[in-house]
Write a protein that binds this ligand. Structure first.
Ligand SMILES: [Zn+2]
Length: 378
């Protein structure tokens, strides 16, 4: 099955920009996992499944032997320079298209068009909903005009974006009600956000921040009204995410309310709640799932992860994403580990006569790109 998957170009439906600068070992390790750079008590981030996967699978792309030592790897990376490293890893991913979330920019990163050029793939943009609202507030809109201003901004962005994304999991949490917020609720929530921003700015300059349950929900409905596929960050993320509030089952009420609209909902990452996410993908006709980010963080174990996701998730509901961010390595690693993990899962089914080889090849095509093409309407 691996040869079949290697011939297929993937649609990476959730990823980010990568760094333009050369990285020393501390900076590289800081981006290697969601944990950031090692603290004063030590413990190298290379000694993780992600770090081991970099040494095993990324070293050869930089002309090093597999399992190259971390210092040799970082030195070779610096010798080639960030531009050449980015070019090699993006090209190695074998992509047909990518959907880039441009909403988080802690430092200047490659733009979607540049990523697409390096990957030889079509590049699309995903609008981060909370950022649209925060930009509207930073632009001076009052609470009364907030809703119409956000709708107008989103309508313009929807002209070119492939979808929208909610980071409610990082803010209020995923327990969002299925009710559409009333106009009065939105005005009140926007007013609270404006007062918060004013208070923060009086102390030191702090940008406005959406972290109100009603506002997250309002933004999701705005995107749904424009028929934009809506992505949710779910589960695994950095220390800013409170994982207890990142279980996708918390979204059940909202998913039930959204199902009749027929607008696709995409649950991203999901680990360690990938089985719950697989259940939601089975019972709600418009819910789709992936295990991006966890794929490269679990490294060699990602074949077990993909197999567990596909226990309940229908083969027609699983998409590929890398969730690459910062390091171009993740574009390559995500794609490679996804192909290998899915191949292990599909091969096992053929070997035990659970399904035919023809079925397995069809499932591979759906997960590689067919499901994404249907969801995003390409
Ligand atoms: Zn992401």
């Amino acid at each position: 099955m691996l040869d079949v998957l290697e011939r297929m170009r993937l649609i990476d439906h959730h990823c980010h920009g990568v760094s333009r600068r050369d990285l020393d070992r501390a900076a590289f390790e800081g981006m290697l996992t969601e944990g950031g750079a090692p603290g004063p008590l030590g413990g190298s981030m290379f000694d993780t499944r992600a770090g081991l996967a970099v040494r095993r699978w990324c070293a050869p792309v930089l002309d090093l032997p597999p399992h190259a030592a971390p210092d040799d790897y970082v030195a070779r990376r610096a010798e080639l320079g960030a531009a050449e490293v980015n070019r090699r890893f993006l090209a190695a991913a074998g992509l047909e298209a990518l959907c880039v979330d441009t909403g988080y920019l802690p430092e200047p990163l490659l733009e979607p068009a540049e990523l697409g050029r390096l990957a030889g793939a079509r590049a699309h943009e995903i609008v981060r909903l909370e950022k649209v609202a925060e930009d509207a507030v930073a632009g001076g809109v009052g609470a009364g005009a907030f809703a119409s201003e956000v709708r107008a901004r989103l309508e313009v962005l929807a002209g070119t974006a492939a979808g929208a994304k909610s980071v409610a999991a990082y803010r209020a949490g995923l327990e969002l009600s299925g009710e559409r917020p009333t106009a009065a609720e939105v005005v009140a929530a926007a007013g609270r956000m404006l007062r918060e921003a004013d208070r923060a700015m009086a102390g030191r300059s702090a940008p406005p921040r959406v972290d109100d349950e009603a506002l997250h929900r309002f933004l999701v409905w705005c995107a749904v009204d424009l028929r934009l596929p809506v992505q949710f960050h779910v589960g695994y993320g950095d220390a800013d995410a409170d994982l207890r509030r990142g279980d996708p089952l918390l979204l059940t009420g909202l998913l039930r309310a959204l199902e009749p609209t027929g607008v696709p909902v995409l649950l991203l990452h999901n680990y360690p709640f990938h089985r719950q996410a697989g259940y939601l993908a089975q019972v709600f006709g418009n819910v789709f799932v992936d295990v991006g980010l966890a794929t490269h963080n679990l490294g060699h174990r990602s074949s077990a992860l993909i197999t567990e996701l596909l226990e309940l998730a229908p083969f027609g509901k699983v998409l590929y994403s890398s969730d690459a961010f910062g390091l171009a390595e993740f574009y390559h690693l995500g794609a490679l580990l996804f192909r290998r993990g899915l191949a292990v899962c599909l091969r096992e089914g053929i070997d035990t006569d659970a399904w035919t080889r023809a079925d397995a090849e069809r499932f591979a095509g759906l997960a590689a790109s067919g499901n994404a093409r249907r969801v995003y309407g390409w």
